[in-house]
Design a protein around this ligand. Structure first.
Ligand SMILES: Cc1cc2nc3c(=O)[nH]c(=O)nc-3n(C[C@H](O)[C@H](O)[C@H](O)COP(=O)(O)O)c2cc1C
Length: 323
């Protein structure tokens, strides 16, 4: 293969790996353009949840997670990458520098990428230890965001905020209709959340999981969430590049959780509803802009792992450009 064909192939494979990124309601709101010397990430507003996510914050977090996937894939192939984040379109451009033998840790990251998934089952009764929590905080910070771990004294406050956000979203009929278009059933179009990934009954937890308005077939387990760790991902501001970067940090955090056999469940309702997002600022001591609430915890190995969520066909998320 020529040098250029090698590079194009590496970029195409990175875009392919990014298909497995998490996204709000599995909307996969991105498209990649593969050029001979660079890879462009574009947002797809046709797949934006315009009622639930009018400011495209969740779309940007999702695109940031996809961007991190592409970076992890390229690092695992030994490529050094420069990421450009233009103010206009595209959202990001990946340029390849030179290639060397990959670091073993980069190869392992790629394995974690394949194993990562959203887990709505209740967490086990064993708490995450301090070394793991330290690793999760460090992973988030390595991508320029911060992680506020919720202490015992704040869990009830968080539960109330999450419940208020859920009530607000449940009472919004347009939002419920939008959710229904993406959630439940078999999802043969390659998007959305199938019944197999939704709990058969909402687990009885202190901090509630999102109520999608329907139950599925996932056995969520009997446990409670007393040993779960809740955290708020946050950063400096609300600019587009900051939300994108927060998505990269979310993915770094998620892969590190996967490495330690911990499950991660995003809880985005309290970020989507403006007044509960404001209350979350107080929870993090007014230190910055909250981007996402996450539940972390060890998973009960007794219950079966949820099935993989579907993905769009390659030609709907990857485009080839000749120059
Ligand atoms: C920005 C963002 C917000 C999310 N919010 C929620 C949420 O509030 N509740 C939930 O159950 N899942 C949430 N998810 C998880 C997605 O539903 C999940 O990533 C998607 O269905 C794909 O499944 P997978 O992560 O198993 O690949 C969120 C994911 C992202 C990236």
């Amino acid at each position: 293969m020529t040098v250029d064909a090698d590079r194009r192939q590496a970029l195409r494979e990175a875009a392919e790996a990014a298909r497995y990124a998490p996204s709000i309601h599995n909307t996969q709101p991105w498209k990649w353009t593969v050029h001979p010397d660079r890879l462009e990430l574009h947002a797809v507003t046709d797949r934006q949840l315009t009622v639930q996510d009018p400011d495209a914050h969740m779309l940007l977090l999702s695109c940031g997670a996809a961007l991190h996937h592409a970076r992890v894939a390229l690092a695992a192939a030994g490529w050094r990458v420069r990421v450009e984040r233009p103010a206009g379109t595209p959202l990001a451009v990946l340029h390849l520098d030179e290639q060397a033998a990959p670091e073993p840790a980069a190869v392992e990251r790629f394995e974690q990428l394949k194993a990562r998934h959203t887990d709505r089952r209740t967490v086990s009764e064993t708490r995450l230890g301090t070394p793991v929590l330290d690793a999760l905080v460090a992973a988030t910070e390595s991508e320029g965001a911060r992680l506020h771990l919720i202490g015992h004294d704040q869990v009830i406050d968080l539960a109330v905020i999450v419940e208020r956000a859920q009530k607000t979203e449940t009472s919004d009929e347009r939002l419920q209709q939008e959710t229904a278009a993406w959630v439940g059933g078999e999802r043969s179009d390659g998007t959305g959340i199938p019944d197999a990934n939704l709990p058969a009954g909402l687990p009885l937890t202190t901090v509630a999981e999102r109520d999608f308005g329907r139950t599925g077939t996932l056995a969520a387990g009997e446990g409670h969430d007393t040993a779960a760790t809740y955290a708020v991902l946050y950063g400096t501001g609300d600019e587009r590049h900051e939300w994108l970067q927060a998505g990269e940090a979310l993915n770094a955090l998620w892969l590190t959780a996967t490495e330690h056999n911990a499950g991660l469940l995003p809880i985005s309702g309290p970020i989507e509803v403006p007044y509960t997002r404001h209350e979350l600022r107080r929870i993090i001591g007014d230190l910055g802009a909250p981007y996402l609430v996450v539940r972390l915890g060890l998973l009960d190995s007794a219950s079966a792992k949820p099935a993989k969520t579907p993905r769009l066909p390659l030609d709907q998320v990857i485009e080839e450009a000749s120059s």
